[in-house]
Design a protein around this ligand. Structure first.
Ligand code: BTN
Length: 276
């Protein structure tokens, strides 16, 4: 394959508000204020600040570079300029905090439905919300939430997508497990188009969740997940559970059935597939 140098591609894809809004077919998400930052620490941190000052559901924060992108479990998120999508969405859902994990599921479905040029069969979601192409991570989601009197004041859905990262450009600690749309398809993707698609898909599934509950979301998520019915191990230190991934409950928690037929509920953590 001929190596692709990103300098060959003009900066058509910077997801500037005007470019984004141009073709966006949503009613709420990305329709009001879009906070675009050429560089910031973390779009989630900025979005939390906006939400605390009363920003409405649908306001989004997007950056070209993050200096200290936040990842799951206190990890960072590799966020170089010009190649990735770093997006935070403010939500103010009407459902109770125990149903909040379904927002992550919605976000991961939205990303899985927004990877241009990637064979659908190559895309899987690894619980709770990593999106993989051919088994390598292309996107991660970090939601942060503020709860008041047992209701969700606001949630921030932070989405990172490796779009045009070149092969060999990831730091050593993730080079074996990370990928990008460019690496997988051999073609650069337009970041604005990816953001638009994520927002449209997110809004569609979010509305379904509000009108019909989590049932349809869980079905869609399970069809995209690469491991339902397979043997898995939860890799949380201290609480290793081995068994078959048997489904998801209405709160987005993973059900694992062990050898004795006992059902365990995994609320958070990491899993690995260990067999068919
Ligand atoms: C993960 O570790 O898998 C989650 C990564 C989430 C990264 C995104 S990038 C946009 C938003 N802002 C952040 O600081 N983190 C999330």
């Amino acid at each position: 394959m001929i190596p692709i140098r990103m300098t060959e591609y003009p900066d058509i894809e910077t997801p500037l508000p005007a470019v984004l809004r141009g073709k966006l077919r949503t009613e709420v998400f990305g329709r009001y204020h879009i906070e675009f930052l050429a560089k910031t620490g973390s779009t989630n941190a900025v979005a939390i600040g906006l939400a605390e000052r009363g920003a409405a559901e649908g306001v989004i924060v997007i950056a070209d570079v993050q200096a200290s992108g936040r990842g799951q479990m206190g990890r960072g998120w590799h966020s170089p300029g010009g190649v990735g999508v770093y997006l935070s969405i403010i939500v103010r859902p009407p459902f109770p905090p125990r149903e909040a994990p379904s927002i992550n599921l919605i976000a991961s479905i939205a990303v899985a439905e927004s990877l241009p040029g990637v064979e659908p069969g190559a895309i899987t979601i690894k619980w709770p919300n990593d999106v993989l192409i051919n088994g390598r991570k292309v996107s991660g989601i970090l939601s942060e939430m503020r709860v008041n009197d047992d209701r969700i004041d606001f949630g921030i859905v932070g989405i990172g997508i490796n779009v045009n990262n070149a092969g060999g450009s990831f730091p050593p600690e993730i080079s074996a497990t990370a990928t990008s749309i460019l690496i997988e398809t051999g073609a650069p993707a337009n970041r604005s188009a990816v953001v638009r698609s994520v927002l449209e898909s997110f809004e569609r599934h979010y509305r379904t969740m509000i009108s019909s509950g989590a049932g349809p979301i869980l079905k869609r998520w399970e069809s995209l997940s690469g491991f339902m019915g397979r043997r898995i191990r939860s890799v949380d230190p201290g609480a290793v559970i081995t068994g078959v991934a048997s489904g998801m409950d209405l709160n987005g928690h993973l059900k694992i059935t062990d050898e004795e037929g006992r059902e365990h509920i995994l609320v958070s953590g990491d899993i690995e597939v260990i067999g068919d």
